[in-house]
Write a protein that binds this ligand. Structure first.
Ligand code: ME8
Length: 536
């Protein structure tokens, strides 16, 4: 377990150029799950998300919409914030690259590095991908058999462009970067590190062109205002501008970028290069510490393996799923079913099966049958705890401890898929235990001691399971804890290690947590949602 108590986690700041889709949703849900777990585990957490609002693409979209760029991004940002609210994303701060404080920092950083000589004025020639706002060199660009050139990232056409521009002296830092990787092998995953070294660093990393003169919607540099800062340098600096770096009050920066803070950036694999090559170099040039880890998550793809993306317009909004199945069900599905770190698909059958098996049949069912039996046999009161008499119960308490250790280990290392699996395995212990003891039979045969022992143990599993599932499902777990009337002090992570304090609590009214879904109907609905209605 890390002994660092300050914890800073960020998501990418999403382009304010369209609607949030389930890909962005996935990233925010994953980051939120980690942030909520760390808070539960006692860390001083700062969780940040935000939006990337400058650049040619956004300027063009604003023109097309007939509004000025600021109005355009203000509207989009309002919609982003609404989605995050509806998904219970518990961010502590929302950064915008159009914030005056952010823009001031970008200008200060530029001036400082220009002064130091790490930024210089030169001429840029290269292949420009407008949708991605990225210049590519001859060695990076993809050429087809007809000599057409394409972006290696998004595979759309690129065009030759040249302009006077400022450059970040990346080459100077390459030996340092390789040594940094060497010294920090867990900075990001081994396979991605090899990919960055072999694809970008070894073939020869060029100095990075960091200003543009071909459009105006960006942060102008003070020294030469017809130049605006390249959107990626502008964007990356959000992680420290949001902490007040180089302002009068640097207290947040000192806490959450200080040496004793654990700093984690969660990003999709599409933007690994910027976060693991240029961002460390920029920080090194500024003389400030590096993050501990860049966690690279996989992308949600279409059935045919294409990335769901705003600009390709092939991605589902989270809203129909939230409205029909509830926010917790969607969050659970994303965390549990899409293996953290690898690409995944939104698959209707798996979605319905996962919700039915883990949420309706396992978690919801355990809550419902345990609390219903308390009503039936004990007038809605949790029986008194006593030392277990049955070996099955003794074994159950051992198994609970073991699952908790496994869950905490997974969540500490931010393997949220494994953490979710361990949490639901703990709930499954409860259902298996119920079947083994068969409390209905004990009731019929008058074995009251064992009946009480069984319902008490099940109440503990509901409590502990709800606590550890709460980072993933912040609403339904509270519903379950409320139905069981668990006092506040028994809803903490440390309290999961203590058994025996639920005696004689009067439970509250019951209501079903998760409906069991009719598989065929729901799969049909979801397929139509994704593919559009089938032809009649
Ligand atoms: O790249 N599956 O913004 P962006 C999973 N502004 N995650 C996805 C996804 C998908 N199909 N599509 C997008 C940018 N994402 C820059 C970032 S950070 C300093 C600047 C998620 O709006 C994923 O996390 O294109 C990806 O890295 C991010 O959204 C890109 O969002």
């Amino acid at each position: 377990m890390s002994n660092k108590k300050n914890f800073y986690i960020t998501t990418p700041i999403y382009y304010a150029s369209g609607n949030i889709h389930i890909g962005h949703t996935y990233c925010c849900v994953a980051a939120d799950t980690i942030a909520r777990y760390k808070r539960l585990a006692g860390y001083n957490v700062r969780f940040m998300t935000g939006s990337d609002e400058h650049g040619q693409k956004i300027q063009e979209k604003a023109i097309a919409a007939g509004v000025d760029p600021q109005t355009y991004v203000d509207n989009i940002v309002a919609s982003f914030k609404q989605v995050w609210k509806d998904l219970d994303i518990s961010y502590d701060y929302y950064v915008r690259t159009t914030d005056a404080s952010h823009m001031a920092l970008v200008q200060k950083v530029f001036s400082e590095l220009l002064e130091k000589g790490d930024i210089y004025l030169g001429e840029y020639k290269g292949w420009y991908c407008t949708p991605d706002e990225t210049f590519w060199s001859d060695s990076q660009v993809v050429v087809d058999e007809n000599g057409n050139h394409f972006c290696p990232d998004c595979h759309r056409p690129v065009h030759l462009d040249s302009e006077q521009a400022y450059f970040l002296n990346v080459k100077k830092f390459v030996p340092w970067l390789l040594e940094f990787y060497n010294q920090n092998p867990t900075f990001f995953s081994k396979d991605k590190m090899n990919e960055m070294i072999n694809t970008f660093i070894k073939p020869g990393l060029e100095d990075l062109c960091i200003t543009r003169t071909s459009f105006s919607w960006g942060v102008p540099i003070k020294e030469n205002p017809k130049h605006v800062i390249y959107v990626w340098i502008d964007a990356l600096l959000n992680y420290i501008s949001a902490l007040g770096y180089k302002t009068e009050d640097e207290s947040l920066f000192n806490t959450f970028w200080g040496d004793d803070c654990e700093i984690v950036h969660l990003v999709g694999r599409d933007i690994t290069r910027f976060h693991t090559i240029y961002w460390p170099i920029l920080l090194k040039a500024l003389g400030i510490r590096e993050p501990d880890q860049v966690i690279v998550h996989g992308l949600l793809l279409t059935k045919s393996g294409v990335k769901l993306s705003k600009s390709l317009g092939n991605a589902l909004s989270p809203y129909p799923l939230i409205e029909k199945y509830g926010v917790d069900a969607l969050r659970y599905y994303m965390v549990r079913e899409i293996q953290f770190g690898t690409d995944g698909n939104f698959t209707p059958t798996q979605f319905v099966d996962r919700l039915n098996s883990d949420l309706a049949n396992s978690y919801g069912n355990l809550v419902n049958r345990t609390l219903s039996m308390m009503n039936k046999y004990f007038e809605g009161v949790i029986p008194e705890y006593a030392d277990p008499t049955s070996d099955i119960t003794k074994k159950l308490y051992e198994d609970i401890k073991e699952k908790l250790v496994q869950y905490n280990a997974a969540m500490e290392s931010m393997d949220i898929t494994l953490g979710a699996a361990k949490a639901i395995e703990l709930i499954n212990l409860g259902n298996k235990y119920f079947d083994d003891i068969a409390p209905w039979t004990q009731a019929k045969e008058g074995n009251i001691v064992l009946l009480k022992e069984c319902l008490y143990a099940a109440a503990e599993i509901i409590r502990i399971g709800s606590i550890i599932l709460s980072p993933i499902m912040p609403n339904k777990t509270v519903d379950a804890l409320n139905q069981e009337n668990v006092p506040e002090e028994l809803r903490t992570l440390p309290s999961t290690e203590v058994i025996g304090k639920l005696s004689n609590i009067h439970i509250n009214e019951l209501s079903a947590l998760f409906p069991r879904l009719k598989k065929d109907d729901e799969v049909k609905y979801l397929v139509e949602l994704i593919d559009g209605p089938s032809q009649k």
